[in-house]
Design a protein around this ligand. Structure first.
Ligand SMILES: NC(=O)c1ccc[n+]([C@@H]2O[C@H](COP(=O)([O-])OP(=O)(O)OC[C@H]3O[C@@H](n4cnc5c(N)ncnc54)[C@H](O)[C@@H]3O)[C@@H](O)[C@H]2O)c1
Length: 364
């Protein structure tokens, strides 16, 4: 079977985990039973993906072969596959635009981005010359201008976009229409990790609703020590992330909570945590005869492999859509795999719709 040709913008921790994970599944006997929603999805296995182009702006990554760049600082995620046989492309210099927040300059180099001074590449040419079919957008939160710039390059080059971060593109009707008009399938926005804070918060909220317990208030506080968390110390970059994470939970409720009764967001940067993310979740409600109850939960995960566990399916669904000549936002897989999709669907139904899509029984 021919390989799915990927391009990546933002060679950070999420990209690193995805690439290492592809190698892991390609080389580990028996691994097909571990950690995946689908080993075979529509005839494609994880090893059937190949990264053919990569773009970043950090001088420790630009100009390096991708298999080295994914281990360069400030990346700090768990090493899964130290020796990569694939991933040969050289990382090209991207367009910085608003990708790097000013406050990041105040931290030691090993914790933060260090922007290179090369001339930015011609992104559309990189995409065309490499034969990339799908671009994964892994830019930092708040890169509104940069995310739209790379999305525009995808439109012009006929490349699909999987928008893993919270700038609203696939869920924006105008952008969605542009991709539909050119018959390019897209998935987004903002990955809902495999077993992360959002899917857990949604599942618990659904449980309260199904069991007739009225939720009065809730919070989800998250800490981590990677550059994603460092970047998110800048509150002015957080608007879309907060909307994305909050709407993902509010959408489960029949009537949304008053905004003063729901607090969800990245909460602090703790350098020694590195790529470990800890979520503290609390839900307060009232059950039978209005009697109060509350739930407290602490979740600890390695942040970046958690996103790869979902992206690995989104990529293959996107490839199926390309083969089937279906363009525009893929609503079922976006709802299942993303926090801020064009259409919010409860996760159990989203999952069912994705299975139907994979079998070819649902168009999008
Ligand atoms: N880890 C998860 O589970 C998860 C879930 C949902 C969404 N996300 C989002 O995915 C995105 C990527 O996360 P990450 O942990 O890999 O981040 P990261 O900070 O490790 O990587 C970001 C990369 O982008 C590069 N970059 C910055 N500006 C750029 C530009 N203009 N052009 C090209 N490259 C640029 C940086 O040099 C860095 O290599 C973030 O927005 C994050 O919020 C992550």
């Amino acid at each position: 079977m021919e390989k799915i040709r990927l391009a990546i913008v933002g060679v950070g921790n999420c990209a690193s985990s995805l690439i290492q994970g592809i190698e892991y599944y390609r080389t580990h006997e028996g691994a097909e039973k571990l950690g995946l929603m689908h080993y075979d999805l529509g005839g494609y296995q994880p090893g059937d993906m190949e990264v053919v182009a990569a773009i970043d702006v950090d001088k420790r990554k630009v100009g390096k072969p991708l298999r080295e760049a994914i281990f360069a600082l400030p990346n700090c995620t768990l090493v899964i596959s130290p020796n990569l046989s694939n991933s040969k492309p050289i990382v090209s210099m991207g367009h910085v635009l608003d990708g790097v927040s000013d406050h990041m300059r105040n931290y030691p180099a090993d914790q933060t981005f260090v922007v290179g001074d090369e001339k930015p590449c011609d992104v559309e040419k990189v995409l065309r010359d490499s034969g990339a079919e799908i671009l994964l957008n892994y830019l930092p939160v708040g890169s509104e201008e940069a995310a739209r710039f790379y999305a525009g390059c995808c439109l012009n080059a006929g490349v699909s976009l999987i928008n893993c971060m919270p700038v609203f593109i696939v869920s924006d009707p105008q952008w969605g229409r542009k991709f539909a008009q050119r018959n390019i399938p897209v998935i987004g926005d903002d990955v809902k990790a495999q077993l992360g804070a959002t899917i857990l918060h949604r599942a618990l909220t659904q449980l309260f609703v199904d069991r007739g317990v009225r939720i009065d208030r809730t919070y989800q506080l998250n800490t981590g020590g990677n550059t994603d968390f460092l970047n998110m110390l800048n509150q002015s970059r957080l608007q879309s992330k907060k909307i994305s994470k909050t709407e993902a939970v509010q959408s489960i409720l029949d009537s949304p909570l008053d905004e003063r009764c729901i607090h969800i967001g990245p909460s602090d940067y703790v350098p020694w945590q590195k790529d470990n993310k800890v979520c503290f979740l609390r839900i307060e409600g009232r059950g039978f005869a209005g009697v109060p109850l509350n739930l407290e939960l602490r979740l600890s995960v390695e942040d970046s492999p958690n996103s790869a566990g979902v992206t690995i399916d989104a990529i293959r669904c996107c490839k199926l859509a390309r083969e089937r000549k279906i363009g525009g936002p893929l609503t079922s897989v976006s709802a299942y795999a993303m926090k801020h999709p064009p259409e919010q669907i409860p996760d159990a139904e989203g999952r069912q719709r994705v299975e139907e899509f994979i079998r070819g029984q649902r168009e999008r």
